[in-house]
Design a protein around this ligand. Sequence first.
Ligand code: AMP
Ligand code: GLY
Length: 421
Amino acid sequence: MKILILGSGGREYSIARAISKEDEKHELFFQPGNGATNNLGTNLNIKDYNELAQFAKDNEIELTIVGPEAPLVDGVVDIFKKEGLTIFGPSKEAAQLEGSKVYMKNFLAKYNIPTARYIETDSIEDAFKFTDSLTAPIVVKADGLCGGKGVIIAQNHDEAKVAISEMLSGKSFGDAGLKVIVEEFLDGYELSMFAVCDGDDYILLPAAQDHKRLLDNDEGPNTGGMGAYAPTPLVDEELYQKVKDRVIVPTLDGMKKENAPFEGVLFIGIMVVNGEPITLEFNVRFGDPECEILMPLMTSSVSDMFLKASTNRLSEIKVEFSKQFAVGVVMASGNYPYSSSTPAEIILDDVKHDEIEKYTHISFAGVSEEDGVLYADGGRVLVCVGLGDSIKEARDRAYLRCGQVHFVGKKIRTDIAYQAL
Ligand code: AMP
Ligand code: GLY
């Protein structure tokens, strides 16, 4: 197939890498891709979605896969579908599950999907009143997309009220904060679950755990994610079943009733409280770095799964996963997540050891390339992935690979997968 992938991160690289390994040969295009995806296909520079759809038609692209949320919320799927193209991802309307936290919370409430108690409002008085009814910590969220920064866990009522005031006045997040959610803090352990959906049917992938904080022991500021592993032993069959029955099935049914059938990846952020899965949030795309560890665990065709999901035929296939575990360690640049860093040359040791060669790989993200030299040129630069028969084995291998990657300022967490070890 000729396949176009939208996005530029490690997530998109890992999808492309998995597709490149299939028996069937594919031709890959990236919009815009990164300095390493050009080894897997052709990087494009077509920012306008109508022009991109025209490119897809002219070049007989058979499947487009959308990685990040922004193009989904902007309606790229609707534009491609209007042109008769096959594209994997939710419509603009369905992408509101991520694009608007107010839409998402009201949807959860309407369809009785367990979530934290909340108020959604643009009134500072109402927000303060509800805040006073909660015990600290208190969670304050901006309605719109804020690049993963729109959630404040306030340690006391005053801090919560400052966050509310700054959001509602437009000071902290502009228009994205003109409506806020204030909600109760849930104390439990967090999971990432991913269901690939075709509107009616779904395939649930192995549950993963992300590591959002920058530093070891879950300290420091929130990031896009510093590492992940899957499957996590913190989920048993009973919990998988609860997530299916209480979250995924009612969501797919509900979205049909809303006339916005959900096609694409439903990423469920879950807090498990006393054994019960409570939905923290939905995203409408794969997590990054979760995607980088889930793709190498798939033993059946990745491209076929996306194709069948885009054409309402998921029921025709069986998606299979390896019995192994995967651990991904993010290597970030020096100033991440505060500011950008000067591009630094990446030096990769020659892989000589069989074990490293066979059971590890790198998914490249914030990298650029010039004259065959790779530069660390973004916040999260790459992900070292290790596979193994146990989480420990996979973890040890991922860190072995990390030891072979060098660039000035490189930053990693040393405790990825600690919850499972
Ligand atoms: P979100 O973007 O909604 O996933 O929020 C970002 C992070 O904030 C989540 O991954 C959680 O770690 C944390 N968080 C969000 N909502 C809550 C909540 N109600 N209780 C506890 N932690 C939360
Ligand atoms: N790793 C979390 C996310 O992609 O939102």
